[in-house]
Design a protein around this ligand. Structure first.
Ligand code: GLA
Length: 391
């Protein structure tokens, strides 16, 4: 069966509660969930004042918790064991490293002046880790939502997303944009989150057509974003903007990139071409999607992938293979468009396709990918899901 199923959220919550009981002998009093995301188009331009078009997926990080009457947080996960955090101290980054996402979010609440009560918690996840589907943003947003519950307070959704992003910057060392945390926090069933990253305004775009399916294919190849590739790309875009002499990429035209080509130098000129091209593609894609104009949308997704591969250089062999297989299936086979999704350097592709052909497309993707690489891809479908919330 090439198409994996998404575990129902209630089952994940029950798993988390059972693990909390087993490992920390606590009865779950609060359960928080936050989804990963997939991005349809608008890649590596959230930190360039661009537009992005992600949605929250039916894959969640779930945290079951209970107050423990101390000033310590004891937090467990199946892959990492249990970490104990002293809540009387202002949190700083530390070891184990995976817990830095949690420390960063706790620090965000401490900086808002909250005194966090001691609690026991257990984390379970159906978001594949390191698959370019924002498991880290899901963890941050789930933790923030849990703390809201423990403190009986509700943050403005934007503030919560920005607090989670700060945890990623300051505690995980990844200078990410706002896409992942916004998608995880603002996600809604049957809605895409079109984000204007200059104004920080999300616009919900309906995505309800049952004839359309979004397939997510995890190459299972993964390179840490904190390796420096992500930060290096971001720096390239900052350098490009400085050479062009504008305050925002939104005010830069392709003619201006071309006029500055030699001054920009390689690779900054190609990075700049990606940014300006991708902003235009995303605006056109959002319009095409609203108008059900798939003949326009598909080629835009394809052009986005090519630009990420050739100009921004964040794709990899495995992602290109999956996208090429989808292109080979083509419009006749039910594929509308395919591209890499997320930060790249491994991770996943997104394939927009016709629902009645989705299972056959997934089978071809899995079979051909295995033939070409020897690797089993993990493929699942997702509709837009509810963002971070308490259960
Ligand atoms: C990662 C970052 C996002 C965004 C994407 C690329 O997922 O966390 O902010 O930059 O890469 O579009």
């Amino acid at each position: 069966m090439p198409l994996q199923l998404n575990e129902p959220l209630q089952d994940l919550a029950a798993d988390a509660a059972a693990e909390l009981k087993k490992h920390l002998d606590a009865d779950a009093a609060l359960t928080a969930a936050a989804p990963g995301r997939v991005n349809l188009i608008g890649e590596h331009i959230d930190y360039c004042d661009g537009f992005v078009l992600p949605f929250a997926i039916e894959r969640y990080i779930v945290i079951a918790a209970a107050e423990n009457g101390t000033r310590e947080a004891r937090i467990g996960t199946s892959c990492e064991g249990i970490v104990t955090l002293d809540l009387t101290k202002r949190k700083e980054p530390g070891v184990p490293k995976w817990a830095n996402y949690l420390r960063g979010v706790i620090r965000g609440f401490q900086d808002r002046g909250h005194t966090i009560p001691g609690f026991d918690a257990y984390i379970v996840s159906s978001v594949p880790l390191g698959a370019g589907l924002s498991s880290s943003a899901a963890l941050e947003c789930a933790m923030a939502t849990l703390l809201e519950g423990l403190l009986d307070t509700v943050l403005d959704t934007r503030e919560k997303a920005l607090l989670a992003q700060r945890a990623e910057h300051d505690f995980a060392g990844v200078p990410c944009g706002i896409m992942d945390q916004f998608a995880s926090a603002f996600g809604k069933v049957n809605q895409l989150v079109l984000i204007d990253c200059r104004s920080g305004e999300p616009e919900m775009v309906p995505f309800e057509n049952p004839d359309l399916t979004v397939l997510i294919s995890n190459t299972t190849v993964h390179h840490e974003l904190s390796d420096g590739g992500y930060a290096a790309r971001r720096k390239n875009t900052e350098d490009g903007l400085a050479v062009i002499g504008k305050d925002s990429w939104r005010d830069v035209t392709m003619d201006e990139v071309e006029a500055a080509w030699d001054r920009l130098g390689d690779p900054v000129n190609r990075r700049s071409r990606h940014v300006v091209g991708e902003i235009a593609r995303t605006i056109s894609a959002a319009k095409a999607l609203k108008e059900n104009d798939f003949e326009t949308l598909g080629p835009l997704m394809s052009a986005s992938h090519d630009s990420l591969r050739d100009d921004f250089e964040v794709s990899c062999k495995e992602l290109d293979i999956l996208v090429d297989i989808a292109r080979g299936i083509g419009r006749e086979g039910g594929v509308i468009g395919a591209r890499m999704t997320g930060g790249g350097f491994g991770g996943s592709t997104v394939t927009l396709c016709e629902s009645d052909k989705a299972a056959a497309i997934a089978a071809t993707l899995a079979g051909e990918y295995k033939k070409a690489t020897g690797i089993d891809a993990q493929i699942f479908a997702s509709r837009p899901a509810e963002g971070a919330h308490l259960l």
